[in-house]
Design a protein around this ligand. Sequence first.
Ligand code: DGL
Length: 264
Amino acid sequence: MEHRQNAIGIFDSGIGGTSIWREIQQQLPNEHTLYLSDSKNAPYGQRSVDEILALSIKNTEFLLDQNCKLIVVACNTATTNAIGYLRAHYDVPFIGIEPAIKPASIATKSKVVGILATQGTLNSALFEKTSAQLDADLLIVEQVGEGLVNLIENGAISSPEMTALLERYLSPMLNANADCIVLGCTHYPYLYPQIAAITGPDVQIIDSGHAVALQTKKVLTANQLLTDASGLAQHHFYTNKNLEVLRTILNDVTVPINIELRDF
Ligand code: DGL
């Protein structure tokens, strides 16, 4: 039963999935984790479905070579384009992340929901299928967050360019009377303070990170893969570009972590 002590593998196109890692670490503090930041290939959002699939396979195989017991695809773009293939071709359980439009459709009173996500997510068949199941009287204002991931990957979270882009992307949602805004990309929770400053207190900002962590716990439990170790968990972060940006985004983490530049 060594298997249950193996790490949870997590990957994203870059540093954004660390927002999901934080939720997982809180829910499952005894679990070892291995996080891959594929920053060299970010952003995935403007890539073709075939490219997103090939990158997702590469990341998955790297994590499986490190004996990860479960993989969290901490990227909406990779999930909505590749999770079906991954589940069909590999034996480990996969947890994906999709934009939280269903919870938003329940929370909204104005019946207008804004969604900020990548082009790859908004164009995906999976997103189309989920949207089609929502109430017909609901208005979904979709917006591609072009440029946001690039700025975050380059360490420019609090730049004037970021504020200008966010104002431009959120205005049509607010003008349409959206009272819920869905963050459909795992990089965007890092923009929460700026987004909230633009939307004001009456607009709810919704992301899927907490739900993903709960689902990870549920699937580990169902598969008898929860660790029974009680020692200090090990957390390895590998990035293939911009080591310092990853270090900076994680600099408030209080548990011991190890961050390395690796080729994958
Ligand atoms: N964090 C990824 C997501 O959730 C960003 C995609 C990208 O690299 O464009 O969609």
